[in-house]
Design a protein around this ligand. Structure first.
Ligand code: CO
Ligand code: CO
Ligand code: CO
Length: 339
């Protein structure tokens, strides 16, 4: 029942930035991360040993099974706490549901999927809010703990770091392909498996190696989130698109003409700050901007640690994890996209 499900339903990053500019930023020394750096979550210091990581995400269905939708939405919401180096603790349900149009069993199944995924993450859902609305939308507002000196942010990328991605790309393209009937069952199932996967294990590896710069890849696509990180860290990030792991036939589905609208919105946002290789493959370019739902962690890893970080990620079951780019001193553009 939806035109764009999951994180592809986000407002265009360009429009969002224009509106955020009009907002007055609250001033308080205890706000450790606010919205200037476009981070995954806000961080507020409670005392010298404890800060709260707070975030919310919700979106329309990405699949027809309400239980799976609940799982995916919850995994996606909780991911922002992991991306900041936090431990998610409690959450609230956010639900919009058309009670007169859909059976209440579907409502219950969405909440059950969310609750099961939250409990897998060790998160307790302790309340929520529901309104009657069509089409359904679901997600969580999540609160986590982080040590004030161990926050992982968009501004933590350093020249010389390698860029590692923990999940393959392609969820936006495959879900759009599914609506057009050109995505295969195997690819759809793999996309769903990846979207349900918590970023917890990736976050544990980041903590073990004291990684300081990271984000998760969601609605603005790999390139959009990399750009936000490059701007916040005042560095240039290079993406080597041929090294990026892809889900199944993602590349081929573009050949058949399927590119979701969100990819063009993301491209439009990043274009002024990006240098594209002259021979850049068109499909790889659009994959870089494909909106991901519940995507992987994108982390900045000092060169001497990349081998160890990769082998830990692989051992933890994140077998697609790969070095997909690098970080250098700021040049004329924040982002470079190569083949
Ligand atoms: Co995020
Ligand atoms: Co988010
Ligand atoms: Co209320």
């Amino acid at each position: 029942m939806v035109e764009s499900g999951g994180c592809s339903a986000k407002i265009s990053p360009k429009q969002l930035e224009e509106v955020l500019k009009l907002l007055h930023l609250p001033e308080d020394p205890d706000i450790l991360v606010g919205f200037e750096t476009h981070d995954d979550a806000g961080v507020y210091k409670v005392n010298d040993d404890l800060a709260l990581v707070v975030t919310t995400d919700f979106f329309p269905p990405v699949c027809s099974d309400p239980y799976e939708f609940g799982q995916i939405a919850a995994a996606n919401s909780i991911s922002d706490v992991y991306a900041m180096g936090g431990k998610p603790v409690i959450a609230l349900n956010i639900m919009m549901f058309p009670a007169s149009k859909l059976p209440m069993e579907a409502f219950a199944e969405i909440l059950k999927g969310g609750a099961d995924k939250a409990s897998e993450a060790g998160v307790k859902i302790i309340g929520g809010h529901t309104i009657d609305d069509y089409p359904p939308k679901y997600g969580l507002a999540v609160t986590g703990y982080v040590h004030p000196k161990k926050i992982i942010t968009n501004s933590g990328a350093r020249a010389g770091d390698a860029l590692i991605l923990t999940k393959p790309l392609g969820t936006g393209i495959i879900l759009a392909g599914q609506r057009l009937g050109i995505a295969g069952e195997k690819d759809i199932n793999e996309a769903k498996r990846q979207m349900k996967l918590l970023n917890r294990t990736g976050a544990e590896v980041m903590k073990k190696f004291s990684i300081r710069g990271a984000t998760d890849v969601t609605g603005f696509g790999l390139a959009g989130h990399a750009l936000k990180m490059a701007r916040a860290s005042k560095v240039t990030i290079t993406l080597d698109m041929k090294k990026v792991p892809l889900i199944g036939s993602t590349y081929k589905i573009i050949d058949e003409g399927c590119i979701p609208g969100a990819a063009f919105r993301n491209l439009d946002f990043a274009d002024p700050d990006t240098r594209f290789a002259e021979d850049l493959d068109y499909n790889l370019k659009m994959i870089a901007f494909d909106a991901q739902t519940s995507g992987g962690l994108l982390m900045c890893v000092p060169q001497n640690l990349t081998e160890s970080v990769l082998s830990d990620l692989h051992a933890a079951g994140l077998t697609s994890s790969a070095v997909i780019g690098s970080i250098q001193k700021k040049t004329d553009k924040y982002l470079i996209i190569n083949n």
